[in-house]
Design a protein around this ligand. Structure first.
Ligand SMILES: C[S@@+](CC[C@H](N)C(=O)[O-])C[C@H]1O[C@@H](n2cnc3c(N)ncnc32)[C@H](O)[C@@H]1O
Length: 359
């Protein structure tokens, strides 16, 4: 087994018990004390196609085969070092994986959860496919409860969220040529029965603010609602309302005192809370992870993370946050449910490279 790659298989311990023991050591910089955790090291080789119906190969227009994978509560872990900084990738449901991390262990979290009813990532236990809006909000907010715990007291969370319309039109959107990851079955927002909040058809749900205000009731301090103006984004196919061109990046903290470096905002000649950055880059390698642009993460880290701090992304996708963090001399932890995305991310992180990581 490679020194950099380990697959951890939980013993009979529960995740909560495991975390209690994990508190002894923090996985960034100091490795998880595997033997103390009751974990067993297994070969890193995994046959993904046996465990997971590849969503990537699914042709648009054909019904997606039912995914066989039942997400395992046991996180699988890879770790390594790039540019002198440590990285870790945990594969599993963020709701389970976060419980294996100790309290107060990361300086900054930059993350983009799955948007409500927008994409189907093809894995069981994925967030974003809930039948009602309150269920979706609860799913995100409960992940953020654990993020609160693992974030250092002076840490900062940047949470990118997008909105969704309730169409209620009662039929599928049909094939979306833009993405074979979009759901072409009947999404919850297309069903006629509503999404649990009593709104009228064609309403913008207001997901970002619903999540943000829920988090405020759970101890988070909302410091800024940054608008990511998605420069030159693909126009939506609508004619009865303005086409959307922005999303939110909420900046949350735990305490009244926290790390914040305003200088990069002063140095740049742009509005401090409206960031005009090119729209999402094309997905890599045929994997439709809905990545955000490097520059978005760079700006978050420049203002919200000490130069050699540690960064977490609990919905890591193709690994944008990890790559940007490592390229700037910070350590990084990524959590991702899809084994396919994890394998891609890890293979790129493990590639021999000199200087800047590119993928
Ligand atoms: C918007 S994408 C993140 C993209 C990422 N920022 C990037 O640049 O590649 C959301 C990710 O959350 C993952 N995901 C969905 N449900 C999850 C869960 N319960 N736990 C962990 N990851 C999950 C999806 O597989 C997807 O990769």
């Amino acid at each position: 087994m490679s020194a950099n790659t380990e697959t951890l298989v939980n013993s009979s311990q529960t995740i909560a018990q495991t975390r209690q023991e994990a508190l002894k050591e923090h996985p960034i910089g100091k490795e998880l004390s595997i033997t103390n955790l009751g974990y067993e090291c297994r070969s890193p080789q995994r046959n993904i196609t046996n465990r997971h119906t590849s969503a990537v190969s699914t042709k648009p227009g054909k019904p997606r085969p039912q995914t066989q994978l039942k997400a395992e509560p046991q996180p699988q872990l890879w770790r390594g070092n790039a540019n002198g900084s440590d990285w870790q990738v945990l594969q599993g449901d963020a709701r389970n994986c976060l419980k294996t991390l100790p309290d107060n262990c990361v300086n900054c979290v930059v993350t983009s959860p799955p948007y409500y009813c927008l994409r189907d990532y093809g894995v069981d236990e994925q967030i974003g496919q809930e039948e009602t809006v309150p269920e979706y909000i609860e799913a995100i907010a409960s992940v953020m409860d654990d993020v609160y715990r693992v974030l250092k007291q002076d840490g900062v969370l940047f949470l990118n969220l997008g909105d969704t319309y309730y169409s209620g039109k009662g039929k599928s959107h049909g094939i979306d040529p833009k993405s074979n990851k979009r759901r072409f079955g009947l999404r919850a927002v297309d069903k006629s029965g509503g999404v649990g909040i009593g709104i009228q058809r064609k309403s913008l749900i207001g997901i970002p603010w619903r999540v943000a205000t829920e988090m405020e009731t759970r101890k988070w301090v909302l410091r800024s609602a940054i608008i990511w103006h998605r420069d030159r984004c693909l126009p939506e196919a609508v004619n009865d309302r303005p086409r959307r061109s922005y999303e939110y990046v909420f900046m949350f903290v735990k305490d009244r005192k926290y790390y914040f470096n305003r200088q990069p905002l002063i140095d740049q000649d742009f509005d401090e809370d409206v960031w005009t950055i090119a729209a999402r880059p094309k997905s890599t390698n045929g994997l439709e992870t809905a990545p955000y642009p490097d520059e978005l993460v760079e700006r978050c880290l420049a203002i919200g993370c000490p130069p050699q701090g540690s960064v977490l992304d609990c919905f890591a996708g193709g690994g944008t946050t990890l790559r940007v963090a490592l390229n700037s001399g910070r350590s990084a932890i990524g959590i991702e449910l899809s084994p396919i995305f994890c394998d891609y991310m890890v293979s790129q992180l493990q590639k021999p490279h000199e200087g800047t990581l590119c993928f």
